[in-house]
Write a protein that binds this ligand. Structure first.
Ligand SMILES: Cc1cc2nc3c(=O)[nH]c(=O)nc-3n(C[C@H](O)[C@H](O)[C@H](O)COP(=O)(O)OP(=O)(O)OC[C@H]3O[C@@H](n4cnc5c(N)ncnc54)[C@H](O)[C@@H]3O)c2cc1C
Length: 441
């Protein structure tokens, strides 16, 4: 159906990032009709790969975990031969007490690691005797209370908070760690859950990318479903339509006209969603505008750790311990994971938004100097990318999500209604497609 035609279709999707495009794919598999509207000329949203001076740089995700669902998508799209898989044994490291060390992910590694002192390890073993996590305490309070201050500052805080550029002291457990609450309920303790997970041989899926970068995945989805996808077509508003006898409809307004759908799915970032639903649900729009996103600077570095550094060059990357005096939050080692020759340093985050106001040259100098401090290898800056609204902060501002109420026919499938991360986004898309296919049948 062309926009502007006045007949009603099953599902209208706003946003051609990985959520919208995988939803399109799953709806198509289930025989449901849909139209997807994407504002930008190319698909992918946050998933964006660029070639700069012969280097493949990822502007968004650096790697994706190859879950079964991603495996199936790769097969559906015929992309198997383009997949690059990182060695599953590569460690993720933490830089703490002036040293780079592997984070322990098994009982054996926990026994051997010197990232934690003997006292800190004893405190960790006491976790099953602590009170259960409380949704209203902060992640920092919960980790410190259950595992001890040292383990929080040298391991759990950097691994968890660093991922979002957030401070766990500002992140309520109920919002930021709902999955962990569920794990604790099921296993009786977080430590028991971790032990059972590793002892049971349930391995973390390996990290993957694609030869031309991760954006190849949304691009292939968009090519496959091109007939139902309108690129460069921003939706300007969502309105309640006159559904008549067949029940309510929802209209998506674009510059080309208006299209009516039984079901509308918005996959846009919170501020943009607020603009789209401003007339339909003004209170929800106000609530959505309250959500904080952390600013991020990404500095792409070229270095040769193997020849010039003094650390093991084989790793997924590192996060920086909370007691270190560095502005770098963490570094993704794309050189070691995918043989890409670049390292992506993340700076900024909740407590250092000012770094985005520095010149690119200055940001590059800081990232390169700190990279050399950690690895011993001098680094050259390839490029710098600023994201004013980067990672969802999952801080107390996220409580506003509870005030968001939209009509049943307008659904949100986003980082703020479920988890961020490509595997989680695809999971939500598939469960929505299942629900719609059943309902619209
Ligand atoms: C820097 C960074 C690093 C990350 N690293 C990882 C990682 O290593 N691994 C991982 O799994 N995940 C990672 N993530 C998270 C992951 O990338 C996101 O969770 C996911 O890509 C979000 O996809 P989405 O489709 O939900 O949203 P988006 O990608 O934001 O897509 C929304 C789309 O809506 C479009 N749009 C906006 N307004 C309109 C409009 N009015 N009309 C039509 N279209 C509109 C946008 O152009 C965009 O394409 C990272 C995220 C960031 C920011």
């Amino acid at each position: 159906m062309k926009p502007g035609e006045d007949s009603r279709q099953s599902v209208g999707i706003v946003g051609g990032g990985i959520t919208g495009l995988s939803l399109a794919h799953y709806l198509d598999q289930r025989g449901a009709e849909f139209t997807l509207f994407e504002a930008a000329p190319d698909p992918g949203g946050v998933v964006r790969s660029r070639n700069v001076d012969g280097h493949l740089l990822e502007r968004g995700p650096q790697r994706v975990r190859r879950t079964d669902r991603i495996d199936d998508l790769v097969a559906d799209l015929g992309l198997e031969s383009e997949v690059r898989t990182a060695d599953p044994d590569l460690p993720i490291c933490v830089y703490a007490d002036d040293e780079l060390r592997s984070a322990p992910f098994s009982a054996e590694e926990f026994g051997e690691t010197d990232l934690l002192s003997a006292d800190a390890k004893r405190e960790v073993l006491g976790e099953p005797f602590t009170d259960p996590a409380d949704p209203d305490e902060t992640a920092a309070e919960m980790f410190t209370r259950k595992f001890g201050a040292e383990t929080y500052r040298n391991l759990l805080g950097p691994l968890f908070g660093g991922i979002y550029g957030s401070d766990p002291a500002e992140m309520p457990v109920g919002h930021a760690l709902s999955g962990l609450l569920e794990l604790e309920r099921r296993h009786g303790s977080l430590l028991k859950a971790a032990i059972q997970r590793t002892a049971g041989g349930r391995e973390t899926p390996p990290a993957i990318s694609l030869d031309d970068g991760l954006q190849r995945l949304p691009e292939a989805l968009a090519e496959t479903h091109a007939d139902s996808i309108r690129l460069e077509t921003p939706v300007t508003a969502v309105r309640e339509g006159d559904g008549g006898e067949d029940g309510p409809t929802y209209e998506l307004e674009t510059l080309d006209g208006t299209s009516a759908f039984e079901q509308v799915v918005l996959t846009t970032p919170a501020g943009l969603t607020a603009d789209l639903v401003a007339d339909l649900a003004p209170d929800s729009a106000d609530a959505l505008r309250e959500l904080n996103y952390n600013p991020l600077a990404m500095v792409y570095l070229r270095a040769d750790i193997e020849a010039e550094g003094d650390v093991d060059p084989a790793a997924l990357g590192y996060q920086v311990g909370f007691d270190e005096d560095l502005r770098t939050l963490g570094v993704s080692w794309n050189a070691s994971m995918f043989d890409r020759g670049v390292y992506t340093a993340f700076l900024g985050g909740m407590h250092d938004p000012e770094i985005l106001d520095e010149s690119e040259e200055r940001m590059g100098e800081i990232a390169a100097a700190e990279f050399e401090q950690v690895t011993g290898a001098p680094a050259e800056v390839v490029d710098v990318n600023r994201l004013r609204r980067g990672f969802p902060a999952y801080d107390t501002s996220w409580e506003a999500v509870e005030r968001v109420e939209l009509p049943e026919g307008v659904r949100l499938a986003t980082n703020y209604t479920a988890r961020m991360g490509v595997p989680s986004r695809i999971r939500e898309a598939e469960s929505l497609a299942d629900e719609f296919a059943e309902r619209l049948d």
